[in-house]
Every structure is written in C-alpha cells, then in structure tokens.
Design a protein around this ligand. Structure first.
Ligand code: 2NL
Length: 369
C-alpha cells in the first residue's frame, strides 16, 4: 500500500492527467491482490471511507486546493475519477474468493462413486403383478394399514365373535376398550378393507388391484413373518361369472410365470367369497413332473403343482354392506382374489428363507440391481 495522494502544485491538464493515472494504477494494483472478505473490506475503506479515504483526500488536496480559475476543470476530472474508483470498488464486492491453488486440487484422484440402488425384490414382484392387471384395465387402490374392526372383519362377513376370526392371528392396538367394538383399531390382516372402502367411494362397474403391507401375530421363521405383503383384486359388474374369474386368473398366471403354465382350481372356504377356491399353477421349476433329474422337486413337494392364491365369487353378504352405493347383490356380481407376494417372490428367485427379504443385508439386496 505504497500509494499516497500527493499535494498538487501544478494544476495544468498534463499534470492532472499524470496524477490521475498514478491513482488509477494504484487502484488497479491493490484490487488485484484481494484474497478474502477482510481484504475487500479494508480496500473499500481505504478508497471510499468518508473520513480519510482516498476520494476524500483528492477532494481536499486537489479540488479544494485548486486555483479559482481552474476549479471547473479540476472539479470535472475529480468527478470522473470518483466514478471510476467507485465502479472498481463495487466490482470487487462481487469478486469470487480466490480460486483454490492448483496444488490443492488433484484431478487424477478417482471421482466419488455413487452406488445405484435397486428395487426390493418384493416390490419388484408386486409391480410385475400390478402391470399384468393394468393391461386388463384394473386400477390400483391403497388404504390404511391401521384399520378398524369394521373394515377388517365385520364388513367382510366375519360377524363379531365368529370363529373365522381366529384363523387370522390379529395384532390389536392397546387401550381400545372404551370404543364400540367395530371402531377398535388393529393392524389389517389382509388388504380386503381397501376393497370395501373403494366400493363405498366408487360405484360399479369396478376393476381394482390392492397391493400393500399386512400384519399377523406369527413369529418369524423361514416361511412366516409378522409383516408380509398381499395383492388382492376385485371385479364387480353385471353378470360377472366364475368363468370370468378363471379366464382372468389363467391369463394372469401365464403372463407372470410363462405361457406354458396350467392352472387348477380346487374348492376352498373364505368368509367373503362363495363359492371359494384355491388356485394352483403347474410347477414352473420342474415343469409339472415333480422331479428334477434324479431328485424330487422341492418347491412343489413332488406334486407338480404350486398353490398361488385364494379366490371366489364375492359373497352377497359383503355387497349388503355397500348396497347403498349401487352394489345391490340382486343386480351386480363379482369375483375377488388374494395372493401373498412374499411367497411368490421366493418362488421366482428360488429362495428358501423368507427372512432374507427383511434383514436388509446388502450382499443379498445388491444381487437384484
Ligand atoms: C388368500 C385369499 C382372498 C379375497 C381375498 C375379497 C375381498 C372382498 C370381497 C371378497 Cl372386498 N373377497 N378378497 C377373496 C378371496 C380370497 O385371499 O389366500 N390371500 C392370501
């Protein structure tokens, strides 16, 4: 900071030019060496400060000291100089911090590797099932995991205290005793409550698929988990028949497991369907033979058939609960089905332990990337 504002004796244009360019050269030099915010503030103060900044000094030493007949000329030059100084100082305010020196940046270092995530095999299987039914015109509906007794049981034709409730080891929320029984909260044991909620909102005809988490009081082992996943489906219209159910599900199984699988329907029971059936597909591991070379086929237990889902015609008692929204069992009929996604994903990926899905071991999960 060697520059100081000189006193002027000679106020001729040539002398003024010389003084002005010395000042601007000093300004340029100082502005080039600013490294940080503190430097920029000191620079600003030195040149613009009211009290003793350079601009104040040229006002005192040059303009005020000028002879009367040269004041006009000096005044104009000082004004121009002031503008130039102000612009330069203003420009340094926005100047970015000095760039990192070359030695601090090693461009030969490898970049930051961002590991790509992968869809969880259960979600992937769920999405594949959904895609098949989307192509048939089904929409997706979702609903709460914490449900009322009414939506999880009563409206699905499980009357209060009926033994059918015992087949679904239900997890109940604590401290519900003060509520009327049908309002008490539980973790849904199937996604069927969403189908009731959807029928309350949308009039028939209806084609929906309902994927989601469900809970049951089952201790975890290789084939059980207190939390698992279901996809249920529901079609309601005039004149829906068991033939529609069989045709739809047979098509869906061929789309999911390959066009050469066969389907087989065997009588069963569910409270919310009548008649009800379990559907089997011919084993897509052993091709239905029950044998793998000299060994027996494990997934189908040598039977050549694998149970995939439960299904049936919607029980008229279920429609009674949503009759006022157009679901009169005298006018409409429907079929419904439900499948466990986790078990289907195990079959698809040849796994023998359900817990692998829920342990979050990266070595397992990254195989699906
Ligand atoms: C299974 C069986 C099934 C349904 C779910 C259903 C829903 C309504 C009305 C009638 Cl609102 N039925 N759902 C029907 C038959 C079977 O699931 O084994 N799931 C894993």
């Amino acid at each position: 900071m060697s520059y100081t504002v000189p006193k002027l004796k000679d106020f001729s244009p040539a002398a003024l030019d010389k003084a002005a360019s010395a000042l601007l050269a000093a300004l340029e030099k100082e502005s080039a060496s600013l490294a940080n915010e503190a430097d920029r503030k000191a620079f600003r103060d030195r040149w613009l400060a009211r009290k003793d900044g350079v601009l104040t000094q040229i006002n005192d030493l040059w303009l005020k000291a000028a002879p009367k007949d040269g004041k006009r000329e000096v005044g104009q030059r000082v004004n121009t100089l002031k503008k130039e100084v102000e612009q330069k100082v203003e420009a340094t305010r926005k100047q970015p911090a000095a760039a990192t020196s070359d030695s601090a940046l090693d461009i030969s270092l490898p970049g930051i590797r961002r590991p790509s995530g992968a869809e969880h095999p259960i979600i992937r299987t769920m999405n594949e099932i959904i895609a098949v039914f989307r192509n048939l015109g089904y929409s997706v509906a979702e609903g709460p995991v914490v449900e009322t007794d009414y939506y999880n049981f009563e409206s699905l034709n499980f009357p209060p205290n009926h033994p059918a409730r015992d087949t679904q080891d239900t997890l109940f929320l604590a401290n519900q005793e003060s509520k009327p029984p049908r309002e008490r909260l539980l973790l849904r044991t199937h996604t069927s409550p969403v189908q009731i909620r959807t029928m309350e909102k949308l009039k028939p005809p209806l084609r929906i698929l309902v994927p989601g988490k469900v809970h049951r009081n089952d201790p975890p082992d290789a084939s059980h988990s207190p939390m698992f996943h279901q996809v249920e489906g529901l079609a309601v219209d005039t004149n829906i028949t068991f033939g529609d159910l069989k045709g739809t599900l047979d098509h869906a199984m061929k789309a999911l497991f390959g066009s050469d699988v066969k389907t087989s329907f065997r009588p069963s029971f569910f409270p919310f369907t009548e008649p009800s059936a379990e559907m089997f597909v011919s084993c897509f591991i052993c091709g239905g033979s029950g044998k793998r070379g000299a060994d027996s086929c494990r997934p189908c237990k040598q039977t050549g058939w694998i149970e995939i889902l439960g299904c049936g015609m919607v029980d008229p008692n279920v429609f009674e609960f949503v009759k006022c929204n157009g679901y009169d069992p005298e006018k409409v009929s429907g079929f419904a089905f439900g499948m466990g996604v986790d078990r289907i994903a195990m079959l698809k990926y040849g796994l023998d332990d359900l817990q692998l899905f829920f342990q979050g071991d990266v070595r397992f999960l990254e195989q699906f990337g």
